[in-house]
Design a protein around this ligand. Structure first.
Ligand code: CTP
Length: 215
């Protein structure tokens, strides 16, 4: 059984020295990869730039941009039994990226951003029979309503609702707390704990709901 997991931020280049990114540390995705590998999954981890060592027994594919992440994930997705998109993929990238350093000039610098591909949405559109697709919802308001809407819009089986308005958990923290929602109407509260504990519980719940999964 193959699990494909994404982690970390992406970097969207503005020029050869500058980029747009976000505060994701990659810790949640790496902890999920470790927990999945420990419970018997063959794990492929597609990771944006982070300062973490890959968990034992996991095949790591390093990427930088959302476009590179999309390419790596699309190559690995067709035979994956479980996909968890924990990466904080950039929604926009600079429309023009130059291959020199932008020089300082008087006045404002206007940067036009264009949308990146929504990797999870594309996966949902092309989901093979039997593949379990899991997303994360980073929300600062109306957590569960927004997370359920995201699960439907992206054709997911499960979504982990993450309250990013709190500073004691979530993005860039060592701790997290999530509500795991299923398309079938299930709701599981995973209380605040370190990301290894939260990841362990997410994998345990998913394993319990996959008939042929490793136990
Ligand atoms: N995601 C993705 N590709 C993107 C943006 C997001 O695959 N370009 C995935 C994330 O990995 C996550 C899920 O979609 O599993 C939801 O991401 P989130 O940032 O919560 O939502 P968005 O779809 O970006 O919408 P919004 O920012 O408006 O809440």
């Amino acid at each position: 059984m193959k699990a494909l997991i994404s982690a970390g931020p992406t970097r969207e280049k503005l020029d050869i020295v500058r980029f747009f990114s976000n505060r994701s540390s990659g810790k949640m995705g790496y902890a999920l990869a470790a927990a999945a590998a420990e419970s018997g999954w063959e794990v492929v981890l597609v990771s944006g730039p982070v300062s973490l060592s890959p968990p034992a027994g996991v095949r790591l594919i390093r990427v930088e941009s959302a476009a590179e992440m999309a390419k790596a994930i699309q190559a690995e997705a067709p035979d994956a039994d479980l996909i968890i998109m924990a990466a904080a993929v950039a929604d926009f990238r600079p429309k023009q990226c130059c291959n020199h350093k932008i020089k300082k000039k008087p006045g404002n610098l206007l940067v036009e951003l264009e949308p990146t591909e929504d990797i999870l949405f594309t996966l949902g559109q092309n989901k093979p029979e039997g593949q379990l697709l899991v997303g994360f919802a980073a929300e600062s308001e109306d957590l569960l309503v927004n997370a359920r809407a995201k699960m439907r819009r992206k054709n997911l089986d499960w979504i982990a609702a993450n309250d990013i308005s709190r500073t004691d958990r979530g993005l860039a923290s060592d701790f997290n707390a999530v509500t795991l929602l299923s398309r079938a109407g299930g709701q599981f509260e995973i209380p605040r704990g370190d990301k290894q504990q939260v990841a362990g519980k997410i994998i345990e719940i998913l394993n319990r709901h996959i008939p042929t999964a490793c136990s």
